[in-house]
Design a protein around this ligand. Structure first.
Ligand code: PLP
Length: 385
């Protein structure tokens, strides 16, 4: 894969820090995911919490994907962009009444339900409107995954979903509720998963679960395997597009569908992660007693993943071709955790050099904050710069 070059001359005229999105890469990624999922008629719902920049959302929408929302605000946002309501799934462990009512009023495709009390509230609110709410049960398949503990989601001790041993109770409750209709099962086992094993284990677990449900004469129309496919943070140029072919093939091989059954996915990071870069400028190079610090004008207020999840992002000096030196790369925010990387190899760096923090398209701009009265970052796009 050819190394993508940055329009650094244009960057010089812009106020840093900002997000820079490679629109061509996003479009290529979308074409790829649509083609690979399409082979098996799998439905793809982009997990919008990864990136809600309106331009990004519009491009995703143009490619015909559905969406996975986790709040009423996200539902409003995607409706404004033009996503059809019947392609919206709504997950989240704490849906407020107004959010449920919004979903009901807009006739979204499905509520992914995470507890019995939530099921009862949806039933009550739908009943008041004389509607029947389509629901999928979010089940914890108890598949263990190797990822940061902040981003595992499918285990008993997580706050999300319904545990396997509670499923019968939930189904008993469902029998008593007349304003909800069970249409599917939903799973989401974690994020930034780069091994195939957890997905394979998920398939087996869902197969077993379907057999268990068959005993109660239940066969659901929709299975939603959630998101979680990881991206290559270490080598964004070598692997700019995740291996969607292998990913969907795995599900096709390991998960036999019933006639008429529809399979859904909710990728977030794997769609938008690699197209985004946080562009910043070096304010100072500070020589400490033991190490050198590159102090950027971007901090965790623009990209919180390193501070929050100990996440790795590749860092590049776009201005320098001088020999490599080793630096700690930090931001200006008054917190010690405001650090993008320790002992990082960078071409010799000077004040004013433009630094790119790569693979920042997912959970970057969308998690930005105004801590220290900082401004939210702007975004620029490769095709309109
Ligand atoms: C966050 C989330 C996703 C997307 O996860 P990625 O790791 O970004 O693919 C999908 N489904 C649900 C329910 C989520 O909460």
């Amino acid at each position: 894969m050819v190394k993508r070059t940055f329009p650094i001359d244009k960057f010089k005229d812009l106020q840093t820090p900002f997000y820079f999105y490679d629109v061509e890469l996003l479009k290529e990624t979308l074409r790829n995911v649509v083609a690979e999922a399409g082979k098996y008629d799998y439905k793809v719902h982009y997990a919008v919490k990864a990136n809600v920049n309106p331009r990004i959302l519009s491009i995703v929408c143009e490619n015909g994907l559905g969406v996975d929302c986790v709040s009423g605000g996200e539902i409003q946002t995607v409706l404004n962009i033009g996503f059809p309501a019947d392609k919206i799934v709504f997950a989240g462990v704490g849906k407020a009444d107004w959010e449920i009512n919004l979903g009901l009023d807009k006739n979204i495709f499905c509520f992914n339900v995470e507890s019995v009390p939530e099921l009862e509230v949806i039933n009550e609110l739908a009943g008041r409107k004389g509607k029947i709410a389509p629901v999928a049960l979010r089940i914890n398949p108890e598949v263990s995954v190797h990822t940061h503990h902040h981003i595992t989601t499918g285990m008993k001790e997580n706050k999300f979903g319904i545990n396997l041993d509670q499923l019968d109770t939930v189904l008993d409750t469902l029998d008593l509720l007349s304003s909800v209709k069970l249409i599917g099962l939903h799973f989401h086992i974690g994020s930034q998963l780069v091994d195939k094993e957890p997905f394979q284990a998920l398939c087996s677990r869902v197969n077993e679960l379907q057999q268990q449900l068959a005993k109660r004469k239940i066969q659901v129309e929709h299975i939603n395997f959630g998101g979680g496919l990881g991206i290559d943070y270490a080598c964004p140029d070598r692997n700019p597009i995740p291996d969607f072919k292998e990913y969907f093939e795995l599900f096709h091989t390991h998960f036999p569908v019933y006639p008429g059954q529809k399979i859904h996915f909710e990728p977030g990071r794997s769609i938008v992660g690699q197209c985004g870069n946080l562009i910043s400028q070096t304010l100072y190079v500070k020589e400490g007693s033991f190490k050198k610090f590159v102090i950027l004008d971007a901090g965790f207020t623009e990209l919180i993943r390193p501070a929050f999840y100990e996440a790795y992002h590749k860092i590049e000096n776009l201005s320098s071709k001088e020999p490599i030196e080793v630096y700690d790369v930090v931001g200006p925010v008054c917190e010690s955790s405001d650090c993008f990387g320790k002992q990082i190899d960078l071409n010799k760096t000077r004040r004013g050099d433009i630094i790119a923090i790569r693979s920042a398209g997912a959970y970057g701009e969308t998690m930005a904050s105004q801590y220290n009265c900082r401004q939210l970052p702007k975004a620029y796009f490769s095709d309109t710069l």
